[in-house]
Design a protein around this ligand. Structure first.
Ligand SMILES: Cc1ncc(C[n+]2csc(CCOP(=O)(O)OP(=O)(O)O)c2C)c(N)n1
Length: 641
């Protein structure tokens, strides 16, 4: 940039205190450098770009005006916190973002005192900030709590639950509504339309001028000018009604890219005696980087890219992803059956439902970030004879667990759960890992739980789900590409609760659930080569178990191993419980369960994550050999780490 000084301003700012030492006139320059630095860093790491670009000025203004970390700043989702990381002592590690051992792609308490609350799942920020604010109030400590939440995240019920309760905090709680008119996809629903009305009804452009003058003219603290303050805080008496009904003073809308507007407004809000306050800030996702501004998704999440052209590094050509296979299979089912409908909670492209929506716009529903609602909405559809597929990441279904239990399973309604991103997910880390779905679903009466071992199996399972009207049914499949095997024209009908034998041996039996099958087959080759003839079964179902197959395998092999891409309490635990109840392990059979370790694994390359978890071919071989070496019956072995 032509006006960049020889020593960039950013080099003088390691922490917010350095930022606060700068004259306000320098802040636009700092914001420019911050934006460039973020673009440069993400171009080499990949990650979330669009959201961070949209909050560069807001980040600068918040750290300038508030006394962080004493005042806690809580970013909802945390995917927009890259500029915040750059300003809070993490610039030197920015190029390790989302890499093994490097910075997290979200906010994380263990990473910095400036990250008071970890995030990644959305719409938690207001509740958390309220907790901080009330704790300060109880302890008589100073300090504000500021939640920055996007218009997309505002579609989740949890945000309203928090606002409904926020009066408790008084002026200690400030909510910044970052309205960029985007979720990952365009936002949906009445709330998004409401915000659009708020902005348009206030003639936003002229409003900005009024706001600026007014904010400057206003004496501080606000209560000194109670009447004006009331007028100001209530959005010039022109809007913000919904927030007011929830007990907030509404301020805005404010241009979130103009520091001259942002600073005085935030200063007034900081010094207000009344609260809680909601500041409606209008920003542009992808702001200041032309390729992001022009892109349909505003570069929400990107691969590594060329800074000049914005061209992202293409993944090497490979088999289609499980997500695409699922979308195609569901479209085929919906073509055969007009009762098939599909639901996503704000993840149309992530789940492949964008393709379904093109084919069947009337039968496709994006409900916004509202997983709980998505599940109960599907239950209602199922009760009326429709065949709803809830396409959802395993990690996000966690949020709707009571709906799964109470609205779906107890009523035995045939809701279909297509759980993408099952197992470890790589760069998004522990918050996004699909570790628990087998454990939390297979324990429920009425539920059928399947894991696809490859893409043909996924297509067959989607077919089975479409046919299965007698109760709820779920399939899990991983992030990433399939194995590349050819997919037959017509799906095969799988029998509920029946696994399949992939290779038959005599000494060792590996019972695999899901896509560890490939590693199980590799391990079997190696065990065979050592004279240990090995059977591999793709068990397909965590519930109901294929008990006939399990009984036979346990009766005819010396060692049996279960393996799954899920936590303890899953498939292996069910096999073990059943086998123990049946008395099948009383006679010296060596039965071992391989599953994810009892820790939250950080972001890493997926293969490395699985190796670390002890779930690759090497680990299977070791488990079998260790079990065989241990030859006395009835000895209690050391607990598995
Ligand atoms: C509970 C939950 N569901 C879905 C997601 C996936 N997700 C991450 S960011 C995002 C969009 C958020 O939109 P918004 O709050 O407007 O923030 P923006 O990206 O526009 O800044 C979604 C749906 C999530 N993180 N958490």
């Amino acid at each position: 940039m032509s006006d960049t000084p020889v020593t960039p301003l950013l080099d003088t700012v390691n922490l917010p205190k350095d930022l606060r030492a700068l004259a306000p006139e320098l802040l636009p320059q700092l914001a420019r450098e911050l934006r460039e630095e973020m673009i440069s860093a993400v171009s080499v790491t990949g990650g979330h770009l669009g959201a961070g670009l949209g909050v560069v000025e807001l980040t600068v203004a918040l750290h300038y005006v508030f006394d962080t970390p004493r005042d806690v700043l809580i970013w909802d989702v945390g995917h927009q916190a890259y500029p915040h990381k750059l300003l809070t002592g993490r610039r030197d590690r920015m190029r390790t973002l989302r890499q093994g051992g490097g910075l997290s792609g979200f906010t994380k308490r263990s990473e910095s005192e400036y990250d008071p609350f970890g995030a990644a799942h959305s719409s938690t920020s207001i509740s958390a900030a309220l907790g901080f604010a009330v704790a300060n109030k109880l302890a008589g400590k100073p300090g504000k709590a500021i939640a920055v939440i996007g218009d997309g995240a505002m579609s989740a019920g949890m945000a309203y639950e928090a606002m409904n309760n926020a009066r408790e905090a008084g002026n200690r709680l400030i909510v910044i509504l970052n309205d960029n008119d985007m979720s990952i996809a365009p936002p949906v629903g009445a709330f998004s339309a409401y915000l659009a009305r708020l902005i348009s009804s206030k003639k936003f452009i002229s409003m900005r001028e009024r706001m600026k003058k007014f904010a400057r003219a206003m004496p501080r603290p606000l209560h000194n000018a109670a009447k004006k303050a009331e007028e100001f805080a209530r959005g010039m008496a022109t809007g913000g009604t919904l927030f007011e009904e929830l007990g907030f003073y509404y301020v805005g809308p404010v241009d979130g890219h103009n520091l001259e507007h942002l600073l005085p407004v935030l200063e007034n809000v900081r010094d207000a005696e009344e609260g809680p306050i909601l500041v409606h800030v209008v920003t542009q996702k992808g702001k200041g980087y032309a390729p992001a501004e022009a892109a349909e998704d505003k570069y929400h999440g990107v691969q590594k890219f060329d800074v000049v052209t914005g061209a992202q590094v293409k993944a090497p050509p490979g088999p289609p992803s499980y997500t695409n296979i699922f979308a195609k299979a569901l479209i085929a089912e919906a073509t055969r059956d007009d009762k098939v409908v599909a639901i996503t909670a704000a993840m149309p492209s992530g789940t492949g439902l964008d393709k379904f929506a093109q084919a069947f716009p009337e039968r496709s529903f994006d409900v916004g970030i509202a997983e709980q609602h998505a599940v109960t909405f599907a239950a209602g559809l199922a009760a009326q004879g429709y065949r709803p597929f809830v396409a959802i990441y395993s990690t996000f279904l966690q949020r709707a667990y009571d709906q799964v239990v109470h609205d779906v399973a107890i009523q035995n309604l045939p809701v279909r759960f297509a759980m993408d991103r099952a197992g470890l997910v790589g760069a998004d880390g522990a918050t996004h890992a699909g570790s628990f779905d087998i454990a939390y679903l297979a324990t429920l009466p009425n539920m059928v739980v399947m894991a696809a071992a490859d893409e043909v199996e996924l297509v067959n399972m989607v077919h089975l789900m479409a046919l299965h009207d007698s109760g709820p049914i779920a399939v899990r499949y991983p992030r990433g590409n399939g194995t590349g095997i050819a997919i037959p024209e017509t799906p095969q009908v799988i029998e509920i609760g029946k696994g399949r034998i992939m290779r038959e041996g005599k000494k060792v039996a590996i019972m695999s659930l899901g896509t560890r099958l490939e590693e199980a087959m590799k391990a079997a080759d190696r065990l065979d080569a050592q004279g240990l003839s090995t059977t591999v079964a793709d068990m397909r179902f965590a519930k109901p178990l294929d008990v006939a197959l399990i009984r036979r395998l346990l009766a005819t092999h010396d060692v049996a191993v279960t393996i799954e891409e899920g936590s303890s309490g899953g498939f292996g635990a069910h096999v073990l419980t059943w086998a123990s109840d049946e008395g099948l392990i009383d006679g010296g059979l060596k039965l071992r369960t391989m599953r994810l370790p009892d820790i939250f694994q950080d972001h890493e390359k997926p293969e490395k994550q699985y190796a670390d978890a002890g779930l690759d071919a090497d680990a299977i071989v070791t488990t079998v050999l260790t079990a065989l070496r241990h030859n006395s019956v009835g000895v209690i072995e050391g607990a598995r780490a």
